[in-house]
Ligand binder design. Structure first.
Ligand SMILES: NC(=O)c1ccc[n+]([C@@H]2O[C@H](COP(=O)([O-])OP(=O)(O)OC[C@H]3O[C@@H](n4cnc5c(N)ncnc54)[C@H](OP(=O)(O)O)[C@@H]3O)[C@@H](O)[C@H]2O)c1
Length: 239
């Protein structure tokens, strides 16, 4: 097995805690610093993972890591900076820690100027791909829409189940799991429902039922956006 370098993780948030755990599961030695500790205790390492909030990364590196020899790496999905190499772990990190297999399957999206993954993050067995920095903002916007905005929709449904309909939130778990599985297995055919069927009467009833609800507008914009995109697809196919 090739030599694994000394790692330093900076930060004490979700991602820092998850990666400290992952490294310990892999048996990789890592030191840790966060701003609750004196600056004098901020050491050096061959790989320095700056796992703090995006808007603090560049200032932190300029102020405190300028004299460090280690390769600086950040995990932000949107930040592009000369000061550190971007390696975005493409998943979401919840409050609880995960099992080793879950960490191992996380894809890393590397700046396309980054060294080879096995040199950048030695010891990590993860899959990876590369992305041009110019594409990073758009890539991150897509990740946020898909993961965070769908999360809001599911939280809305769970809340309505419990508070409006007197139903247990768990009743919707099979729906959430099946929708996710269908997307993974056959994403092109995963959409069902009135939008796909072009069932305007049901769409109109749904919209009327959401009257006075802040999410009525979300529903309307989805319908308009989907129907606009479908019309565009038909036009392109006809050409
Ligand atoms: N959360 C995710 O699911 C996810 C997924 C992929 C990538 N990422 C990336 O991972 C990185 C860390 O995100 P996170 O979710 O772990 O954030 P987080 O839970 O909000 O934690 C942010 C950490 O940054 C520290 N911090 C903030 N400002 C600082 C400063 N000026 N100096 C030093 N430390 C500072 C905070 O310290 P205090 O605790 O002292 O406030 C905290 O430890 C970000 O680049 C993020 O884009 C996150």
């Amino acid at each position: 097995m090739r030599q694994v370098p000394q790692y330093l993780i900076i930060g004490n948030g979700r991602v820092a805690r998850h990666f400290l755990h992952y490294f310990s599961l892999l048996g990789i030695s890592v030191s840790h610093w966060h701003r609750g500790l004196p600056l004098e205790e901020l050491g050096d390492a061959e790989r320095i993972l700056v796992l703090i909030r995006d808007d603090a990364i560049e200032n932190f590196i300029r102020s405190h890591l300028d004299d460090k020899q280690g390769i600086k790496i950040h995990f932000s999905g949107s930040l592009v900076t000369e000061l550190a190499i971007g390696a975005h772990p493409l998943t979401t990190f919840g409050q609880g820690l995960y099992a080793r297999e879950k960490y191992e399957e996380i894809f890393f999206i590397l700046d396309d100027t980054a060294p080879d993954f096995t040199q950048l993050l030695p010891g990590l067995p993860n899959p990876y791909a590369r992305l041009a920095p110019a594409m990073k903002a758009k890539y991150h916007a897509h990740c946020v829409m898909a993961a965070n905005y769908s999360c809001l929709l599911w939280q809305k449904l769970f809340d309505a189940f419990e508070h409006d309909f007197g139903l247990p939130a768990e009743a919707a778990f099979p729906l959430l799991k099946q929708q996710t599985e269908n997307l993974v297995v056959d994403r092109a055919n995963a959409l069902t429902g009135p939008l796909l069927r072009g069932d305007q009467a049901t769409i109109a009833r749904n919209l009327a039922a959401l009257s006075g609800d802040d999410y009525q507008n979300i529903y309307r914009v989805f319908v308009e956006t989907y129907q606009g995109a479908e019309a565009q697809n038909r036009k392109e196919k006809a050409c």
